[in-house]
Design a protein around this ligand. Structure first.
Ligand code: LER
Ligand code: MN
Length: 279
């Protein structure tokens, strides 16, 4: 598995769960903290040049891991389940533009809050599923795919648990839609954190992972069973990205250092003494 850190693309967004700042300096610190990649938070792809960004990442010795779309809902309130056709069409147009951007970087696109809520509307799930099917086909045609992220019930009421996520991926049944798990949402929504990761892997759909700690701070500053999750991912042979997506508190500089050193220490323990990993 490869470690990435969430970073805001320079498009005017200010995501609370990613490092927002002058890109060159941010990338240098992310690399220095031991990360191999960045997951780019994108809200307005029209303001971005993927070729220039790819060059900046390469210069910093980093790869792009994925594109995260949470702020399309969080800031601009565009979402795929919207009853209002204009909001839905705008969400689709923005999603296609983000897929184009991600395809140029050869990375998948996260669909977390972007799918939107149901808010008591029995037709909302159908609209979101239809939109996902259309976008999955669009992504596949451009050589990439979407990763659907179950999100806890405090944020959304549509696809909260891992089994709901697996069920949606199966219903859409397109190569262009897979599943991702965010440890924070899993611990709030699922019965068992380890079982969620094992089940998603066994279903053959797990393609991306987000981590943080129980308080949404950097890994190691709370009490989530991150060690167990990494042990499971290593044991099953997961080779995808694990992105740190957390509150940038007390500062992004301290957060990235804590996240990098904690994760690298856990992975080193796992590599050198897998049998004793849980002690
Ligand atoms: C938000 O809680 C989140 O986890 C993002 O990855 C997607 O919106
Ligand atoms: Mn997430």
């Amino acid at each position: 598995m490869r470690l990435a850190y969430a970073v805001a693309a320079p498009d005017g967004g200010a995501p609370p769960l990613a490092w927002c700042g002058p890109l060159e300096a941010v990338l240098e610190r992310v690399r220095a903290a031991g990360f191999e990649g960045v997951e780019l938070y994108v809200v307005d792809p029209g303001r971005l040049d993927p070729v220039r960004l790819a060059g900046q990442l390469g210069d910093a010795g980093l790869s792009a891991a994925a594109v995260c779309t949470g702020e399309v809902y969080g800031r601009d309130r565009l979402y795929l389940s919207a009853r209002d056709g204009e909001v839905r069409r705008a969400a689709m147009a923005r999603s296609r533009a983000i897929i184009d951007f991600a395809a140029a970087l050869r990375v998948p696109v996260n669909v977390g809050r972007l799918r939107g809520p149901a808010a008591g509307d029995p037709e909302a799930a159908r609209r979101a599923l239809d939109a996902l099917a259309e976008l999955a086909t669009y992504a596949q045609g451009r050589g990439t795919y979407l990763v659907l992220e179950p999100v806890n019930h405090h944020e959304l009421d549509l696809v909260n648990t891992t089994s709901e996520g697996i069920s949606w991926v199966r219903q859409v049944n397109e190569e262009g839609l897979r599943l991702m798990l965010d440890l924070y949402h899993v611990h709030l929504a699922d019965v068992s954190v380890p079982a969620a990761f094992v089940t998603a892997w066994a279903a053959g759909v797990l393609a991306h992972v987000h981590v943080c700690d129980s308080n949404r701070l950097a890994p190691g500053w709370g009490h989530l069973p991150l060690r167990d999750v990494l042990a499971i991912l290593a044991a099953v042979g997961y080779t995808g990205w694990v992105t740190v997506e957390c509150l940038q508190r007390p500062s992004p500089e301290e957060t990235v250092r804590q996240a990098g050193s904690h994760l690298r220490r856990l992975l080193e323990e796992l590599r050198t003494s897998p049998a004793g990993f849980r002690q």
